[in-house]
Design a protein around this ligand. Sequence first.
Ligand SMILES: Nc1ncnc2c1ncn2[C@@H]1O[C@H](COP(=O)(O)OP(=O)(O)OP(=O)(O)O)[C@@H](O)[C@H]1O
Length: 270
Amino acid sequence: MKGNAPPPLLRLIDLTVTFNGQVLIDNINLNIKSGETLAVVGGSGAGKTTLLRSLMGLKNHDLMTSGSLAFEGNMHDLSDHQKFGSFPKHSLAYVPQSPSIGLDPLKKLKWQWQQVIRVTRPKDREFHTNERRKLEVDFPKSILTQLKLKEFGEKYPHQWSRGMQQRLLIAFALAAKPKILILDEPTSALDPIVAARALLEVVKAARENNITVLMVTHDLALAAQFADRIAVLSSGKLIELGVTDQILNSPIHPYTANLVKHRHWGNSHA
Ligand SMILES: Nc1ncnc2c1ncn2[C@@H]1O[C@H](COP(=O)(O)OP(=O)(O)OP(=O)(O)O)[C@@H](O)[C@H]1O
């Protein structure tokens, strides 16, 4: 059946990022399959955030980027910001590690939701104007319920805890109906028990809405609970990639074996 496998939704080809000659991302090739949850795991400084930012075409002028990205069969040059402009950015939704980056402290959350719709669905062909207006007024209740968020509209960000702000950003991202939801350390603002529960809800909501999830985390145990596949990043290199069970039960690279050995596993993968 191998020959019949569908092409990947996104293909990262020969991505290299350097800073003053120092290699931060070293020739990474990575496929993301439609509908999967892929976790990129690595320690601090491994290059996780740099990988995500490059993949989204977010330009940092200090860094030199080379490589390309194929999305739904179309090629985009990552080294050339102008050419990357043709990439359908609304297909990706990014939730940053720090929720405060994504929220305006001076605006009620309802206003911020309206901006999400205006930006992600400009002159939308999918929607008649009336439908779009309705969406701007009504946050999809199903997503609020799925993520256990209520009464979000009339409050300001500071009236929510950091964990709630992070969940709200994830809800905004899901409601914008991206093809890929990108989560940077999605549970860093939450305590471990709440984190696992919240991530379970996010992955479930993404699956129900047919959204592919790419997350980066330093926590292999958390990745193991939710990811279909795990990619291991170390010093900017993709050193191992496999389905979650293979990574946990028969890791090939000594770095991965060490990660697995030194994790305290919960019940799911003891
Ligand atoms: N703009 C930049 N200029 C110079 N070096 C950078 C820049 N951005 C990232 N780096 C370096 O690239 C390496 C990877 O950083 P990155 O933030 O991607 O790692 P990370 O895996 O996300 O780490 P963490 O888990 O601590 O957030 C680090 O050595 C970092 O210092």
